[in-house]
Design a protein around this ligand. Structure first.
Ligand SMILES: CCCCCCCCCC/C=C\CCCCCC(=O)SCCNC(=O)CCNC(=O)[C@H](O)C(C)(C)COP(=O)(O)OP(=O)(O)OC[C@H]1O[C@@H](n2cnc3c(N)ncnc32)[C@H](O)[C@@H]1OP(=O)(O)O
Ligand SMILES: Cc1cc2nc3c(=O)[nH]c(=O)nc-3n(C[C@H](O)[C@H](O)[C@H](O)COP(=O)(O)OP(=O)(O)OC[C@H]3O[C@@H](n4cnc5c(N)ncnc54)[C@H](O)[C@@H]3O)c2cc1C
Length: 633
């Protein structure tokens, strides 16, 4: 068996059969898939060795080794779900004995996480796949009773995975106990043929993610041993006794893991887009600032700095907040391991709003980076279009953004009620209790002052939501109807909360470590953090005018400071994206390569187009020429 040392980028990137002769955009849908499986299998082998060394734990931050695959795959790795959800679901939701059993083949099996169905993605209690206990045979019988109950979307499900964790409604002795997770083999290990009683396939071409092999799966009286239900939190005994979980939401734990992780993932996606667009903006000369001087680097246009520097700052914000959220996640997982669920609602609320904001921001900021590169940003060889379609998928997967923001709003409203009753609150929402004492505080035009102002916005909007719900209830609506009637404001409360969290954590984490950094580094990091906070104060000036004592004069001063920060960051802009340290082979961009040879790389890439293999394409003679000659005067 090949034995790899812990992979380093240069080891992985030096493996010849991981390189593409033809750029992926010129391959067919099927060739694309076959190509990523070819490369993914090599990486899977390497990462399997790596993961064995690291003994995957439920809440250990995944190594960033999988980032190397971004460069190799140049798209989504169909094996990703194995590492992102299948293994974490088993280590999170199965007993130790089951883990030993299900993972005994180590990386000899390839899994995915099959929860979403054709008819349901958000409303998990509405999932239709059933798992019914057969007491006589000590098995569960899995069925897809309707077309809408077919599993639909799981990554790697179409043609890659041979196992999956399936979420199905548990039926024991005629009673439904709600969604539970089951370990299911779906293909023969040797032949890879679908097992009898299954209908498997891929769901077709998508806006992006086209190498993720998202698939569908239907069950027809498919039997699995009773022991294949993941039984760490709830159990079904041999005699059919159902032992319920201490908290039914623990079943959803695997989703929390990915949501928490996505903050860091988006930091990395943005770092790539910022690197490409800032480097390109340093190379591209276009137009004049002073009429009698040569054409300038487009990075010297202040509006270009306004478009791009927020992406540099946001990448650092997400990276720092991602570490903070990861530490929170790990602590809560440890508490749950000791039997305490107290902080699970807080973790759920934090992960929901931060996953949503980070994926949404990554989407529009990557698009802003693309647009800032003009026509060349529209080329697939710039890699900006692919970064956009990959990042924006995350706004939907792992919990659709609107739905998750409403989850956080649920937590904010509950916290507001507790605050009004004088209860003490977790630190992440304790500012709600201080609203009435602080809402008329004098505005401070400092990063801390802005953070305090953003928190007042959260409290003010949350109060408005609570009053709106109460108003609808007093007019005769049921609470759930009143909730629905107030949902536009509830989304606003969650968005404001998420922004305040990001600004607060970014500023105070940077402030905390700055004394340990070299002066130059501390200065630049603080400039980025202040740019981020000032950017969002200006974006949210309307809310600040409503809920704080900020004045027009304060805002004018903030605008001035923001423009000062752009000028201060300009000399370091290229150095800042270079410090993301993303190699050309992983950046995969003709516009963003370290050596700045943009035009040469663009031409080299263009010549790889199959269309350029001949000077006259056969279609001229077949189709064009007859028409031209017919109409020739
Ligand atoms: C080498 C290593 C690599 C590793 C890398 C990892 C990186 C990852 C990068 C990308 C990876 C993969 C690409 C694609 C992956 C995509 C995978 C998927 O998409 S899997 C499917 C995801 N689906 C969802 O997220 C579904 C969203 N829906 C829900 O979560 C729930 O249905 C709901 C929250 C919307 C509704 O819950 P419901 O039960 O219907 O009821 P309520 O709304 O009333 O909530 C009741 C109660 O429960 C609490 N709750 C809900 N969810 C959770 C949770 N997850 N955790 C904890 N608590 C939860 C909620 O707060 C309520 O509590 P109350 O006390 O009653 O208020
Ligand atoms: C690229 C990609 C990869 C994926 N990978 C996987 C995977 O590996 N495994 C897996 O199981 N799933 C996967 N999914 C599925 C994904 O998790 C679902 O698409 C997601 O959970 C949303 O569910 P849905 O698509 O059914 O949309 P729906 O839930 O039908 O939502 C549609 C619209 O209705 C709105 N809506 C729904 N409920 C509410 C509500 N309560 N209040 C207000 N508005 C509401 C939503 O906001 C949304 O705008 C993937 C999806 C994508 C795009």
């Amino acid at each position: 068996m090949k034995c790899y040392p812990v992979p380093r980028e240069n080891l992985v990137l030096s493996i010849d059969n991981l390189k593409d002769d033809i750029p992926e955009e010129y391959l067919s849908h099927k060739e694309c898939y076959e190509n990523v499986i070819r490369k993914g299998s090599v990486l899977y082998d390497i990462f399997s060795e790596l993961s064995k060394d690291r003994k995957h734990k439920a809440h250990q931050a995944p190594s960033n080794a999988y980032r190397i695959s971004d460069g190799i795959m140049q798209n989504v790795n169909p094996f990703l779900l194995h590492f992102a959800l299948f293994v974490p679901a088993i280590t999170n939701q199965a007993t130790p004995e089951q883990q030993a059993e299900f993972l005994k083949h180590g990386f000899g099996i390839i899994g995915t996480y099959a929860q979403t169905e054709l008819g349901h993605g958000t409303f998990l209690r509405g999932l239709e796949t059933t798992a019914t206990l057969d007491l006589e045979t000590d098995e569960f019988v899995l069925n897809s009773p309707t077309l809408t109950s077919y599993k639909w979307w799981p990554g790697g499900l179409g043609h890659t995975a041979n196992h999956c964790v399936v979420m199905a409604q548990l039926y024991v002795k005629g009673k439904c106990h709600g969604p539970h997770l089951f370990f299911v083999q779906i293909r023969d290990i040797e032949t890879h043929e679908p097992l009898p009683g299954l209908k498997l396939g891929e769901i077709g071409a998508k806006m992006g993610f086209n190498t993720a092999d998202n698939g569908f799966l239907g069950f027809h009286n498919f039997r699995i041993p009773r022991n294949n239900m993941l039984m760490k939190n709830s159990q079904v005994l041999k005699d059919g006794t159902y032992v319920e979980s201490k908290n039914e939401k623990l079943t959803y734990g695997s989703m929390v893991f990915v949501r928490v992780y996505l903050l860091s993932d988006m930091a990395y996606m943005l770092a790539r887009a910022a690197t490409i667009s800032v480097r390109y903006s340093a190379v591209r000369h276009q137009s004049h600032i002073k009429p009698d001087e040569p054409e300038v680097q487009i990075l010297d246009f202040v509006i270009q700095q306004h478009k791009l520097f927020i992406s540099i700052a946001t990448s650092h914000a997400f990276k720092i907040c991602g570490l903070w959220l990861w530490q929170t996640y790990s602590k809560v997982m440890e508490d749950i391991g000791k039997g305490s669920m107290d902080r699970l609602p807080e973790l759920h609320a934090l992960s929901c709003c931060l996953k949503t904001t980070s994926t949404r921001d990554a989407g529009w900021l990557i698009e802003q980076c693309r647009l800032a590169c003009g026509g060349h940003g529209y080329l697939m060889s710039s890699n900006l279009p692919s970064l956009y379609t990959t990042a924006t998928a995350a706004i939907t997967y792992e919990g659709e953004s609107t739905v998750l923001l409403l989850q956080t709003a649920r937590y904010l409203i509950k916290s507001w009620k507790r605050a009004m009753e004088g209860e003490s609150l977790p630190a992440t929402v304790s500012f709600l209790s201080e609203y009435f004492n602080k809402r008329y505080n004098k505005w401070e035009n400092t990063p801390k002052g802005i953070v305090d102002g953003l928190k007042l916005v959260v409290a003010g909007v949350t109060k408005m939501c609570a009053e709106s719900i109460q108003k609808h209830v007093s007019r005769g609506q049921q609470y759930e109807e009143a909730w629905n009637s107030s949902s536009v404001q509830l989304i606003k409360a969650s968005e404001a909360y998420s922004r305040a969290l990001l600004c607060e954590v970014f500023w105070f984490e940077v402030d905390k470590v700055s004394s340990t950094l070299s002066n130059n580094l501390a200065v630049v990091l603080k400039q980025l953090a202040e740019l981020y906070i000032t950017y969002w104060a200006l974006e949210k000036r309307g809310d600040l005018l409503v809920y704080t004592t900020i004045s027009k004069d304060d805002l004018d001063k903030l605008q001035e400071r923001y423009e000062e920060l752009l000028a201060l960051i300009r000399p370091n802009a290229v150095g800042l994206v270079d410090s993301f340290d993303i190699r050309d082979e992983i950046l995969c961009s003709t516009l963003g390569a370290y050596d700045g040879r943009v035009y040469e790389r663009m031409m080299e890439h263009a010549l790889k187009s199959p269309l350029n293999a001949e000077t006259v394409n056969q279609s001229f003679h077949k189709y064009m020429k007859p028409v031209i000659l017919k109409h020739k005067i």
